[in-house]
Design a protein around this ligand. Structure first.
Ligand SMILES: [Cu+2]
Length: 152
């Protein structure tokens, strides 16, 4: 009887040692595991990869340009937006874009019928829309930036 009790006690002791050893190793395994996620910093929004951002429509301020302005409507590129993003003009109108951002942008037609070089801060690009139609364009550096000129 005494032997059996001693044996049981030893088994309990062994289980305790093995158990604590395993649990003690757990944080080590967790620390060694490759971390694919970036923890959000307190107070900051969770980071979103650029590929996800490009699927979102950028916020567009409700600003209009005078389509009949002398010399043609003046559009701006500001805060990664073409402003206004949508404009309707008469055939033969010269449309001018001015880059007001500190980063380069382009004005690139979706059908490649017109296109600017990389516009630095303050640079302008003008195009004469002589044919009626709907012309969508984007920035080739930031393809989520889109706009449209409708020519009547
Ligand atoms: Cu751009």
């Amino acid at each position: 009887m005494d032997l059996l009790r001693r044996l049981r006690r030893r088994t309990h002791w062994r289980a305790l040692v093995v158990g604590s050893a395993l649990f003690g190793l757990l944080p080590l395994f967790a620390a060694c595991a490759p971390s694919n996620s970036i923890a959000a910093t307190a107070g900051l929004p969770t980071p979103v990869p650029p590929s996800a951002v490009s699927t979102l429509a950028p916020a567009r301020p409700l600003v209009t340009a005078d389509p009949n302005a002398p010399g043609g409507p003046q559009l701006t590129i500001e805060n990664f937006n073409f402003t206004p993003a949508d404009i309707t003009v008469a055939a033969g109108t010269v449309v001018t874009w001015t880059n007001n951002d500190d980063v380069e942008h382009t004005v690139t037609a979706s059908d490649n019928s017109f296109g600017s070089k990389a516009l630095e801060a303050g640079d302008t690009f003008s195009f004469t829309f002589s044919q009626a139609g709907s012309y969508t364009y984007f920035c080739s550096i930031h393809p989520f930036m889109t706009g449209r000129v409708t020519v009547q």
